[in-house]
Structure formats: C-alpha cells, structure tokens
Design a protein around this ligand. Structure first.
Ligand SMILES: *[C@@H]1O[C@H](CO)[C@@H](O)[C@H](O)[C@H]1NC(C)=O
Ligand SMILES: *[C@@H]1O[C@H](CO)[C@@H](O)[C@H](O)[C@H]1NC(C)=O
Ligand SMILES: [Mn+2]
Length: 611
C-alpha cells in the first residue's frame, strides 16, 4: 500500500517535471537574444534546466521521504520543534521580504521598506527592469570603460560624417529615455551629432508626453532643435518604427537604437570612420549588458550577430580570419545585426531600409542582414564602439514573441531563402504546403530583390554564414505516432537522461523528431548549426530499452543508430532485425521498446521527400 502511494506521487511529479521541461525549453529559445555567445549561452541554458530538474528531483526525494516517515510514524506525534532562541536585536531595521521569489530582489533592494518594495516590484513588472533604481541614479552616471585597451589609443579623423541617433521606444520608463538622451549628448562630439530622433511607437504611459516634453524643452535651451519627435497614432511594430525614424533623419549616417541604452565614450567615431571608408558597410557597436535588476554593466566581448533557422538571433563566433588578426579591436564580419544598426543614411535607403511588412517584433534584423550581404554591402561588428543595453526581463511587444517572429520569419524565407526556405518551415514544425499563416504581401520585396540583382541565398550560406547547417538530407519531421495509440508520441524523456519514452502528445520541442537520409532519427529537436550536436535514437543491441545519445558519440561507440523507415511502416534496423515498437508494461501502460519486429506501424507528421 505504502510504496504504491509513493510511486504514484513520483509518477505524478515526474510528469510535471517533463511538462516543465517542455515549457522551459520553449522559453529558453526565446531568450537566446540575451546570451553573450551562442555556445556559452546554450551551455548556461542547459545548466539552468539541469539545475531546475535537479531541484525537482530533490523535491521529489524530500516528498517521498516525508511520505515514508509520516507513514512509519503513523499516529505518532511529530518531534517537537526546537524552541526559537532569542536573537540579539540588530541595530538596523530589517524589513520583511515581500517578494522573495522576484528576480528584482535576488541581488538588490535588501534595505527597502515594505512600501518601497511594493513600488519597485510594481514598476519592475510594468517595465521589465529596475525603474525604481533608475529614477534614483544620476542621468549622467559614468560607465566603466570596457573596450579593448587598444581602442583608447586609436585616433580618428576630425571630418567624419554627421550622425542622427534614432531612439525607438514603446512604454519605456521616462528616466531610462532621459539617460539615453543624456549619454548621447554627453558622449558624441557636438559637431558630429546632427540630431536625436525619438520614435514613440504608441506608448501608453503618460510620463512619456508631458514630462518628456519638459525635459526636451530644457535641452533645447542649450541646443535648439536637437531633438525631433515622431509619434505613432497606432502601434506599427518595431520594423515600422525604425523605418519612420530613418525617414525623419537628415544626418549623413543614421544610428537606430533601442531607447534603453547608454552610449560609452567615443562610441560614434569608430563607426563613422568605418562608414566613411566604405559607405556600403552596415555596422553595429558591441553591447554591454546592463543587468535589469542592479543596472550594473557587465562587459561583453565582441561577437558576430547571427540567427538560427527559426530566426531567433544569437551570438556567434567571428570567421576564422578575424581570430588570425589577433587584434580584438578590429571590426569583424557578421552575418546579421541584432537590431541596433548604424548605416549610411542614403545607402540604407538604396537597399530598401527595412521590410515594412514585418509585424510587431522579430525577423527584420535577419532580413536586413541577408539583404545587405546579398545585394552588394556587408555587415561588421565594431569592437571599439560600445553601447550599454538593458536586457529586460520581459519585452513589451507581445506576451509570446514566437507568434510574430514565426510569421516574420516565413516572410524572410519566402523572399530571400530560395530552396532553403523549407528549413524555416521545418524549424517551426510547419507543413511545407498550406501552413495557414498569413505573411502579408511580399511582391514589393521580391521586386526589390530583382531590381538590386541580389545574389542567391546559397551564396550567402557558402560565403557569409557557413556555420548554418543546410539540413540537405532531411527527409521527414514532426511528432511520431504509433498506429496502436494515437494519443501518445515519441518523446525525448527526462532530461538529463538518455532514454526516449512514449508520452502524451503535446507537440512541443521535446517531441519533435527528424529523420535523415542517412537513417539517423533525432528526437527532441534539431540543431541549426554544424558545430552543435543532435541526439540520435539508438538500438543498444541488447535489452529492450531504446537509447538517445549524442550522434557523434554514438557513432564513435559504434551504436546501432541507422533506421529504415517509410511512412506508415516499421522503424527498423535490418542488421539487428529489431524494431522500435510499443509494448504494454506490467502497469498496462504502453512503453517505447526495441524488440523483434511484430509489424507495428509509425507515422511522422511531415514529409519533405516521399517516404
Ligand atoms: C553629472 O552632472 C553633475 C551636474 O552637472 C556634475 O556635477 C557631475 O560631475 C556630473 N557627473 C559625471 C559623472 O559626469
Ligand atoms: C543497423 O545497425 C547497424 C549497426 O549500427 C548499421 O551498420 C546498419 O546500417 C543499420 N541498418 C540500417 C538499415 O540502417
Ligand atoms: Mn533592447
């Protein structure tokens, strides 16, 4: 009786843990933008998952222990808690922590009164960063010089192009925008700063009208007409907002930034010098991270800006040539920009600025990257130019950013990716035909591509972004279901772990499978980059438990990892004569097993080539 109760509890919590994993893996992919470099970021993400699961395991162990103890003790009295010892009175008043689980207070705010905590937490939830603290820091606070030491010794020409700085915002905190303006004025040579263009994509907080007007008025006492304003009467989305900032700008060069930034000393000169030397280069500064809770600056090294097949942006190493230079102050070529971009104003216009058909958030930066490279320009990240950028805990555009990103990514694929557009559909687990998502009208963008005589996407893959895996021999993808039970799907199973399972279908990442021409079956995702490893279904050769192992490792160890499969037929390895099947365990639930083929049939959701 007793052990059964415990097992039930375990089973239930195990399922909850799996559910949590499904959700957390989805959430994590959403935050890739924030990671300093892809591999480091991914590792950190994996570690977070591991920690979470370890935490859950620990909880399970504790619960099991408690259950056992309480059952052993039966009606016995619980041992008495030790009497609390009188504590020496601290001199400082200690306030109760009202939000012990809020990320805002994990490192900050220990000395806040309860009233202050409430205010700070409310502002944090509204804006995604510490507005309470921002309101109390000087607008002209100094920032640490995080550049490579060589940068400070560089000398730039005096006669550089002028620059218009466009700050885009949507419901940003007033003090954050003021600090951005203050830093741009204070740290850009006055003869180069043509103007600051504020673009308000229809914010709703009232601070951003009256009080911001007052601040601008005070700046105009000293620098008349330095600040221009563009206000949208309805929300147009990030791409559109950026375009309207470009349209309002008149400087030789336009810099399009988020408004939750502060520029570092000498941020503009290296960018302007690069554009003066070659007007077809679109450049990006390097962002340092401003932590959303403490507003401290964490230095980031320079890295290329890139993306995966879903078009989430991410950091990536530069091409090998950059490392051979052995000079961290030198600009590096980059497949794309992350959103912050600086370009010759007229050149940006000639190649089509940004795609006005993009909605809400995401994808427009990748579209720009591919377009610049394939239509005659290039993109560079310039290490001597640094911007401190707040990584918000959440973004205001949409609760689930994957919805607009998916739609915008399909647009990019349709216009720019030729035969590789399949990969975007595959990565979002959409069918190749009739995916049912309205991507808007793309005829103008297709015409633009023709007019500019842009190179094919294959050229971009070969020459600009060879780290991206072409997925050329992929034949099928999606969830895999067995004829005998269509409520259940193959699932990667507990993580960490190496045993795939059968689990109620939820259609999230952990259940998506990929079948390659080589006979490999991946479970729980496919990596976009050649340097990352996938996890392959393996027949361990003995016993009935299937395995799921890093494919490269499995190959080295000589595991049986090649499967014959046709739609609606068996999944089988001919040489071992065994099949992936399902069988009822002692508890009468179906389990995933490897056994002598009994004629079971599998279906995979989508086919790329006929199977
Ligand atoms: C900020 O401005 C104040 C008042 O103008 C000035 O006294 C102070 O030195 C400035 N601080 C920095 C770091 O520039
Ligand atoms: C079955 O497994 C063996 C050993 O891994 C492998 O050499 C063989 O190619 C597999 N059979 C098929 C049809 O993939
Ligand atoms: Mn941002």
């Amino acid at each position: 009786m007793r052990s059964r109760g415990v097992i039930k509890a375990l089973g239930y919590i195990g399922a909850a843990a799996l559910g949590l994993f499904a959700v957390s893996s989805v959430l994590l992919s959403r935050h890739q933008e924030s990671h300093p470099d892809s591999s480091r970021g991914q590792r950190a993400a994996d570690e977070t998952i591991l920690k979470k699961l370890e935490g859950i395991e620990q909880r399970v162990r504790e619960i099991v222990k408690t259950l056992e103890q309480s059952q052993q003790r039966g009606a016995e009295q619980r041992p008495k808690e030790p009497e609390p010892q009188p504590q020496p009175q601290p001199k400082k008043v200690l306030h109760k922590k009202l939000f012990p689980n809020s990320f805002l207070f994990s490192k900050w705010g220990g000395d806040l009164s309860e009233e202050e905590q409430k205010e700070a937490q409310q502002l944090f939830e509204q804006f995604g960063y510490n507005v309470f603290l921002s309101d109390r820091l000087p607008l002209n606070r100094s920032l640490p010089d995080t550049r490579d030491p060589k940068c400070a010794t560089k000398v730039y020409p005096k006669d550089l192009p002028t620059i218009s700085v466009v700050l885009i915002y949507l419901d940003e905190a007033l003090s954050i925008i003021k600090r951005a303006i203050r830093s741009v004025i204070g740290r850009t040579p006055a003869h180069l700063l043509k103007e600051i263009v504020l673009v308000d994509d229809h914010s709703t907080n009232e601070d951003l009208s009256g009080k911001l007007d007052e601040y601008i008025f005070s700046i105009h006492q000293e620098k008349p007409d330095l600040i221009k304003r563009v206000r949208h009467q309805e929300r147009l989305g990030l791409a559109h907002a950026r375009i309207s900032g470009w349209e309002a700008a008149v400087g030789d060069v336009v810099a399009i930034f988020d408004a939750h930034i502060e520029v570092h000393n000498q941020w503009a000169e290296p960018l302007l010098a690069r554009i003066k030397a070659d007007r077809t280069v679109v450049v990006s500064p390097v962002f340092d991270r401003v932590n959303y809770d403490t507003l401290d600056v964490t230095a980031y090294g320079a890295a290329a800006h890139a993306f995966d097949w879903q078009l989430w942006c991410m950091y990536e190493s530069f091409r090998p040539e950059w490392y051979k230079l052995n000079d961290k102050s030198e600009p590096g070529k980059s497949p794309s920009v992350m959103g912050i971009l600086v370009a010759d104003r007229l050149f940006l216009g000639e190649i089509g600025v940004l795609d006005k058909g993009m909605q809400v958030y995401g994808g427009e930066n990748v579209e720009l990257g591919i377009r610049v490279w394939t239509c005659g320009g290039s993109i560079e990240v310039v290490p001597c130019s640094k911007i401190a950028h707040i990584e918000r805990s959440h973004k205001p555009y949409a609760r689930d950013l994957s919805v607009p990103l998916k739609r915008n990514a399909l647009r990019v694929a349709e216009v720019w990716m030729d035969e590789f557009k399949t990969n975007v559909l595959v990565s979002w687990n959409l069918p190749l035909e009739n995916h049912g998502i309205d991507i808007g009208d793309v005829t103008e963008r297709k015409k633009l591509r023709e007019k500019l005589k842009c190179k094919p996407f294959k050229w971009y893959m070969d020459n600009v972004y060879p780290q991206l895996d072409t997925w050329e021999d992929l034949v099928a993808y999606g969830v895999m279901q067995n004829d005998l039970s269509d409520k259940f799907c193959i699932d990667q199973g507990p993580v960490p772990g190496s045993v795939p399972i059968l689990y109620q279908c939820h259609f999230y990442g952990p259940q998506i499978c990929y079948y390659r021409q080589s006979g490999e079956i991946y479970i729980g995702g496919i990596k976009s980059h050649k340097y990352n490893n996938n996890r392959c279904l393996v027949d361990p050769g003995e016993g009935h438990v299937p395995g799921l192992h890093d494919c490269k490792l499995a190959k080295e160890k000589g595991f049986h990892m090649h499967w014959n499969f046709k739609q609606g037929q068996a999944v089988r390895n001919r040489s071992t004569k065994r099949c992936l099947e399902i069988a009822q365990g002692r508890d009468s639930y179906y389990q995933l097993v490897i056994q002598t083929c009994s004629g079971q049939h599998w279906r995979i959701q989508h086919l790329i080539k006929d199977l």
